[in-house]
Design a protein around this ligand. Sequence first.
Ligand code: NAD
Ligand code: UGA
Length: 463
Amino acid sequence: MKITKICCIGAGYVGGPTMAIIAQKCPQIQVTVVDLNEERIATWNDEDVNNIPIYEPGLSEIVKEARGRNLFFSTEVDKAIDEAEMIFISVNTPTKTYGKGKGMAADLKYIELCARQIARVSTSNKIVVEKSTLPVRTAEAIKSILDNTGNGVKFQILSNPEFLAEGTAVQDLLHPDRILIGGDTTEEGQKAIQALVDVYANWVAVGKILTTNVWSSELSKLTANAFLAQRISSINAMSELCEKTGADVNEVARAIGMDSRIGPKFLKASVGFGGSCFQKDILNLVYIAKSYGLNEVADYWEQVIIMNDHQKRRFSSNIVKTLYNTVSDKKIAFLGWAFKKDTNDTRESAAIYVADDLINENAKIAVYDPKVSYKKVLADLDYLQTRTADKNAESIVSFENPYKACEGAHAVAILTEWDEFVTYDWQKIYDAMQKPAFVFDGRNILNAAELEKIGFVYQAIGS
Ligand code: NAD
Ligand code: UGA
């Protein structure tokens, strides 16, 4: 089956960039990305491509090239579904905030709505691709909805999880380590798999396209995120031990990373991982394990989250402790609010939790982040519902100039590893701060010797 029209439901951090690359690499395929969120679609269509809703290095250039040619953003969901031979579901799958599995299980309501909409609208056979990260065996539920329309339309369901990381999405999509496609072992299932392989084969070497059964594919995505997050919690656990023993976590990471069995990547100790997926996916894994009665498996993975929460809290308590056990009415400057560099995404960012802890201690926080607005900072704090929105607005401000954010501060905390922070004039920052001037480097990006020479009291993670 040759694909000429693709529809993607969900124009978010995954749907937008993924479809932009497919459109760029497959000019013969018409790609329509649809979303219920009218504002989001309007900004994807903004005349000035620099205003698209997602900041990712290199993305606006690709959107500029393909948009209007074979890449379209629209709110006409039904039309795009019916026209397409292949439909990607790329909607959000957040942690449930209500009912059974609250705080653990993935909320599949948006997925089910998509399946029902596809079932209702389709008048010709479709391949439905799960792009969202889903609990293992979700395809079964989608299949049961799609197979019971009674209108004779046939559906094939594939699992094709996405492994891109934010901030490097374009490069990850252009040069993926692998593409994973899970499908039915039946003849029709294999044909559907081949149709999707053919799409990726436009730019990915066939040897890197891995095909499996649906359940292996679904579970591999949760497993990959669990392993990645586990490495961070493992090195962060060691960072606390380093601080007690005189070892340096950067040296330990280098030493173990040179073992080819361990490898050097993802061993950066930090204030804790953030992002919309690691925590959500591990909680979901824990929930699935528990639902099969596998309590030891569940407890094992839950420790990754427990360690990460501890690392965030440890960072804020250390600030309070070091500032003579009180931060009340003290100005603490935050450099960075995004959950990692090169993205405007702040979901589950460690900065939010550190700020929340410090505001509980009556600190005044001044934020500078090159890509995050004050509105977003406030919305992130309000979402926690720790205190009123007015109290949050009184306790935190944001600046468009990093030097202004640091002026008069008792301490600077580095929450995101933006490259520009390293090149700042730290002497100038020091001169304008209260003394003693403290720097708490939650990302280990600054040069300790240089800062100490200037006069800062400098504290990193794990040394
Ligand atoms: P997102 O919140 O940025 O985007 C999801 C979009 O889907 C939203 O714009 C929402 O309005 C839209 N939507 C929801 N229900 C809809 C419906 N019924 N019809 C039309 N539109 C609808 O989420 P995201 O970060 O792109 O993540 C999507 C999925 O991909 C999640 O399952 C996530 O776990 C997974 N994932 C995310 C990343 C990442 O880096 N963000 C990477 C890999 C996988
Ligand atoms: C992660 C995975 O890396 C992707 O493969 C996956 O597709 C994605 O989740 C997803 O499913 O959503 P992402 O969260 O965008 O991608 O970014 P990462 O680079 O993984 O960083 C996650 C968090 O861990 C960030 O807060 C980052 O600062 C932190 N981190 C990362 C560390 O603290 N130390 C490290 O060594 C690496």
